[in-house]
Design a protein around this ligand. Sequence first.
Ligand code: SF4
Length: 504
Amino acid sequence: MSILESAFEKRNKKQNKVEKVKSLKSPMDSYTKLEEIAKGGYENLTKEDSSYFLKCFGLFDKGEDFMLRVRIPIGQLNNEQAMRIGEVAQKYGNDYIDLTTRMQIELRYLQIENIAKVLSELKEVGISTFQTGVDNPRNTVADPLDGLAFDNIINVKAIVERLQSLVIENPEWISVLPRKFNTGILGSLSNSCNIFGHDCCFVLANSNGEFGFNVYLGARVGVQSKDANIFVSVDEVSDFYMALLETFKTYGYRDNRNKNRLHFLLQDVGVEAFVDEIKRRAGKDFSPAGQTLVQSQNIALGSNRVLLKNGKYAYKVIVPSGIFSGSDMIELASRAKGFGSGNIRLTYDQNIFIVDIDKSALDALESTTIISKYKAFNNIYFNDMIACAGTKTCSFGVIPNKPDAIEMAHFLNSEIAIESGMVRMNWSACPKGCGVHGIADIGFEGCKAKDDEGNRVDGVHIFIGGKITRVAKEARVLHKTLPITEAKYHIKYLLQTYAQYKQR
Ligand code: SF4
């Protein structure tokens, strides 16, 4: 018996509850009956559709309404798609849009009777919501300026399209994995998408003069991915990826869901045995790792005008905590068309680039109403801030989070305005860590704390010193269980020291 088979046998004697739900039917049965489900109204929604099957298509039951997670491969939207998302949010979703750290968007407040219409209006412009929830290959992230940035060596768009065509909307790959599976692919020198933070990470590398990707595997919250000692050429990515998914599907654990991300399988069998199985399935002996080329954090950090290799500019619109609206998306898309190519790029830090703007048009762009509105947030505290959903829209949330992050950034900017520099503040409202606080310069994890009078109040654990450069590093704990009202003074002190150091 191979090491993978014996690990599988040990961990699959008992199946978890979700696996039992998954065995009830094919998710496509729910998808094809969406109109019927909608007509039946909220009261007739079955428990398994609400708790699992609809999530395979991005639909999350929030009690009175639905959240819809929309797949935006590597964060790229053409003008028509951006406009349509804005219109759909306006028409059906209280004009609200959340930008997420997987470079996609979430629409909220959707009524059950409108769901089929929403999906069909998105589909008309080539937007899918398939496999954006539960046990599926989730949205792939990349450099938001892929194909445009000066430091972009491999334009990964065609590779991602190929991977999508093999897996997304393919019933054979809907809900067949033991757990969610995140993928990142970076063809640039700078780490603009937390590239070491996914289950599968293709990282720009050089092997004997050929550019391709070194593979890193098995990240999860609080743990960066491990070097798999494999180099894949551009043409080999899809073979490797499909063999990887097959291996995880076959041997991934289906008992304890708290311990069944790819990370746990790798921990038990070792990366080498896992990779040997991938090679066997792919029928290829991939080369050993080349030289990983990622060198720095995102080149666009700290600046909102970025010169591109075609001589034009990208303009970064800072969206506090990723809270956006349909109206603003429409307005932004219209300006993106008027001043640039019309395309829009969503970033991993919940902001938006409009691209291909002539240098001579930048000042005029900045004076438009929509850009002026968000320009107010262009300071070091907001520029690279990340904040997950929080209590308002996520049942796991312990603190509101998005408003806390915004309040903290405003407070710091009013107390210690620092003109240039970079402070990446990431906020997660619970230990699940969707706000990637563990890799932040200053990370916040929501908790409950006690104030001076012993009252239970919103609090945070504070982390510092995370890194997303070539040697990714998890932040360390600075303070545990501080009321947020107190935490801001600790951070102010920290930033005062940073400001002094910067001046020297
Ligand atoms: S970190 Fe927790 S609260 Fe935030 S989105 Fe994830 S699960 Fe929800």
